[in-house]
Design a protein around this ligand. Structure first.
Ligand SMILES: [Zn+2]
Length: 428
């Protein structure tokens, strides 16, 4: 882990380099955080989402983030916004009965300690998250987010969220915008959180179109080239049947995306670090340090907003006491050694879901043609299994069952139209 001393010396070095060579002003870090409620990881993989795909094609993403807390919305969004687990922020359900936001505020409030003029706006469709006076707040929830509210779009639908976001994105002084789309969760509750449910998949695809409009407005900002936007896209939980809140894999298995000019192009995957609510699968605190989880969202946003300032590293600031980690720090490779795939130079873009896995997994390809040849090779170089399939128009999903093989590391070698790509697969 990078120490504060090292970070300061790095900052000093960057300052020196800037003085010596550059006449240009550093681009101002800003954050667009888009929350899509209740989107299962496997559903996002299969949905037709060109706008989200474009962010992934240039950014850092994971389809293998595991929820370690209660998979209710209130608990999950509180974890993402504060960068700490429920033991600290104390929101374990949707009633926000006794939150500890005084000690663990939302990330814009923390950023304002260093950047007092930071302008942060949120546009929320789900009342319990935004309104300190609603009925869920009978116990006296002190709203302590650091955000200013733009509109309460709750009853107006996602078009209203997008319209309000576009108005905010016209403001040159805007630094942080959080917008929340809830239609996906509402559709899951009414007809099922399931990739085989067309209504649920349509809701995901509708949100993707809204995101396309928001991103178009962002890229049109007259000041865009002087700014360094971190675009974060997350969900809060998955679902099972028409509900969520429990500890099943389809509720816990989630995803997130980070994209922007200073974000590396990487796929990150990690083993399930366990849950604070499963006695059979308790949290492994070592794994938590190397696998993508919800608490990383706020810390990654803070690391981005505070870069170039004299403020302490949010990941190690003792008075903030955050649980998450940033995926943007320069020492990412040493901090998260095992499961990062550099997909910059991948000849064939593909996804492996999940990875690591128990031997049962799927490999997904989008928009390729011709025959795909896939071989799974063990550490001794012996082929354990191979398949040849014809690519579909759009999405091609190839299931594998290696559950009978010994646990450990395997390489997957893929050939398509004369191009080759290799990826690690971890069986555990
Ligand atoms: Zn939710």
């Amino acid at each position: 882990m990078k120490t504060i001393k090292n970070l300061l010396s790095t900052a000093a070095l960057i300052g020196l380099t800037a003085t010596a060579f550059a006449q240009t002003t550093p681009k101002k870090p800003k954050v667009l955080f888009i929350g899509i409620d209740g989107v299962r990881s496997d559903a996002l993989v299969q949905a037709n989402t060109p706008n989200i795909d474009t962010l992934m094609a240039h950014g850092l993403y994971t389809f293998d983030s595991w929820h370690c807390g209660q998979t209710s919305s209130g608990a999950s969004w509180s974890t993402m916004m504060t960068g700490v687990w429920e033991a600290k922020h104390q929101v374990t359900n949707n009633s926000y009965t006794n939150p500890n936001f005084a000690n663990y505020p939302y990330f814009p409030k923390r950023a304002k300690e260093c950047l007092p003029n930071l302008k942060a706006i949120q546009i929320i469709t789900w009342d319990p998250m935004n309104d300190p006076t609603n009925s869920n707040n009978a116990a006296g929830f002190v709203f302590n987010s650091g955000f200013n509210q733009s509109i309460d779009a709750g009853s107006h639908g996602q078009g209203a969220v997008t319209a309000a976001a576009k108005i905010q994105l016209s403001d040159p002084n805007l630094d942080v915008l959080f917008i929340h789309y809830d239609e996906t969760d509402a559709t899951g509750h009414s007809s099922g959180f399931n990739p085989n449910n067309a209504q649920y998949m349509n809701a995901i695809q509708d949100v993707d179109q809204q995101i396309g409009e928001v991103l178009a407005k962002l890229y049109q900002r007259p000041t865009y080239n002087q700014e360094d936007w971190l675009i974060m896209l997350t969900t809060d939980h998955g679902g099972i049947g028409t509900t969520h809140g429990g500890q099943s894999n389809t509720e816990r298995h989630i995803w997130w995306v980070a994209s922007g000019p200073s974000v590396p192009h990487l796929e990150i995957t990690g083993p399930d670090p366990g849950s604070y609510y499963m006695s059979a699968n308790p949290v492994d605190t070592t794994l938590l340090r190397s696998t993508p989880v919800l608490t990383d969202i706020a810390v990654t946003a803070l690391a981005h907003l505070l870069k170039g300032t004299a403020c302490e590293n949010p990941q190690t600031n003792p008075s903030w006491n955050l649980d998450g980690k940033s995926w943007l720090l320069a020492d990412t490779s040493t901090e998260h050694p095992t499961y990062i795939e550099d997909v910059n130079n991948a000849a064939i873009e593909l996804g492996i879901f999940p990875n690591p896995n128990n031997g049962a997994f799927k490999v997904a390809f989008k928009d390729i043609t011709g025959e795909i040849s896939i071989s799974i090779v063990n550490v001794n170089g012996a082929v354990s299994q191979s398949k040849k399939v014809k690519a579909n128009t759009g999405l091609t999903v190839v299931p594998f069952d290696l559950t009978a093989l010994p646990k450990g590391l395997y390489m997957m070698q893929v050939t398509n139209n004369g191009k080759q790509t290799s990826r690690k697969i971890v069986l555990q």
